[in-house]
Write a protein that binds this ligand. Structure first.
Ligand code: TYD
Ligand code: MG
Length: 398
């Protein structure tokens, strides 16, 4: 009997090594190499591999001869999602939606499918829920259509042949981690499986011009499982984020081949599904107390839209020797830097103070323009003095 060949694949970055290594030489992570068997390539896999290279009938041709039909983007019926996608869905693109479990990815996809089914045939493939469970959810979301097909299946071969037969306009795969290619011996959800499944989906999207939405779960570390592999292969990466204890959800573009990144879409999770929030500043400032200390409002550009966000700071004397700096939705290193500047240049004695900073509403801010608001909120909390409503810069430092 032929010996079963194995290789070691880094579960973080997909690096392949013939022998075990404690540390991945590619991404420098420890203990991420996992043994996987190399399945003998069956005909179907090889055929898929050939198609994947796209060599069937394509030839090099001068750029000036390449025909380009500018296909209109189609709107999803959700303005917040259209914005995040750069103005609508590009037909034949592969879109990844990542997020923590329970954040609302399936809900969003089912609502989007419901909207899209008004103008085309949609196939919703679920590896996590049965058809009746999807129906139950759809009833809650008030989604119903003859053009929306639900398909509880995890075998990629079956899914591929169904798509070829049905020729839907868009496909939703919920989730990539539950799909499997039976020819591969690695476990479902392993890097090898995810890589092959995504390559197959890419084939479907590019080869047949079908838009594919892929749901991907996020690991504890905050990255989509098999992160680099997935993000490299797809056209668009969206992250669905939010605090599970709050009803607001934020859809953020991380990568977009057809539009700008750093766009934000804001939704509210209600009993009947996700509702769009068209004026996010309102919710980000909603819970603000008047004249509270340690609070400053900043205008942050999120993609094409300016958003008003409250920065909250709490500065208290540190009990133990080491002062802590905690930041939620802000960069902790930036907080430390600004505190050091305040100490050195503004004479505030902050080295023995604990500081807790937060961007209210669950947003994540990373533009440098928020530095001033952080400085003002820290100073305001330290001095126990409210910031002026009219002019954020009018804190009296003494
Ligand atoms: P879900 O879409 O299943 O999350 P994911 O696919 O990202 O794992 O969302 C599940 C959560 O959403 C669950 O905690 C209940 C809540 N929810 C609502 O609040 N309202 C609704 O209408 C629906 C369908 C779900
Ligand atoms: Mg789900």
């Amino acid at each position: 009997m032929a010996k079963v060949k194995t290789q070691y694949v880094c579960q973080n970055c997909g690096y392949i090594s013939p022998r075990y290594l404690g540390r991945c030489p590619n991404c420098n992570e420890w203990n991420t190499l996992v043994e996987e068997t190399i399945a003998p390539k069956s005909n179907s896999v090889r055929a898929a591999g050939l198609r994947r290279t796209g060599v069937d009938n394509s030839q090099p041709e001068p750029l000036s001869h390449v025909k380009f039909q500018s296909e209109p983007r189609f709107k999803t019926g959700m303005a917040e999602l259209n914005r995040v996608l750069g103005g609508g869905v590009v037909p034949g693109s592969l879109i990844l939606i990542g997020g923590d479990p329970g954040i609302g990815k399936s809900t969003l996809m089912l609502q989007v499918s419901g909207q899209l089914s008004k103008s085309g045939k949609i196939l919703y493939v679920s590896g996590e829920e049965s058809a009746s469970q999807i129906k139950m959810r759809a009833d809650r979301l008030d989604v119903d259509s003859d053009q929306l097909y639900v398909f509880p299946e995890t075998d990629m071969n079956v899914i591929k042949s169904t798509i070829s037969e049905m020729k839907p306009d868009a496909v939703v795969i919920d989730s990539v981690q539950t799909m499997q290619i039976p020819e591969l011996q690695s476990a479902t959800g392993s890097v090898a499986q995810i890589r092959e499944v995504t390559a197959d989906l890419m084939n479907i999207a590019k080869g047949q011009g079908i838009t594919v939405f892929v749901v991907g779960h996020v690991t504890k570390g905050g990255a989509i499982a098999g992160p680099k592999i997935l993000e490299h292969m797809v056209d668009t990466v969206l992250y669905f984020e939010g605090d599970l204890h709050h009803s607001y959800r934020i859809l953020r573009t991380v990568k977009n081949r057809f539009g700008s990144t750093n766009e934000l879409g804001v939704f509210e999770m209600m009993t009947d599904g996700l509702h769009e929030v068209t004026n996010p500043s309102e919710i980000f400032l909603e819970e603000r107390l008047k004249d509270a200390t340690g609070s400053a409002i900043v205008v942050s550009m999120e993609g094409t839209r300016p958003i008003l966000v409250e920065i909250q700071a709490l500065v208290t004397a540190s009990v133990f020797g080491n002062a802590t700096r905690t930041a939620t939705g802000l960069d902790r290193n930036r907080v430390s830097l600004i505190m050091a500047v305040l100490e050195k240049r503004a004479g505030l004695l902050l080295q023995n103070q604990d500081a807790y900073l937060k961007a209210a509403g669950g947003v994540k801010l990373d533009e440098p323009a928020i530095d001033l608001a952080m400085a003002v909120s820290i100073a305001s909390s330290y001095k126990n003095r409210g910031t002026s409503q009219l002019n954020v810069m009018s804190v009296n430092w003494d």
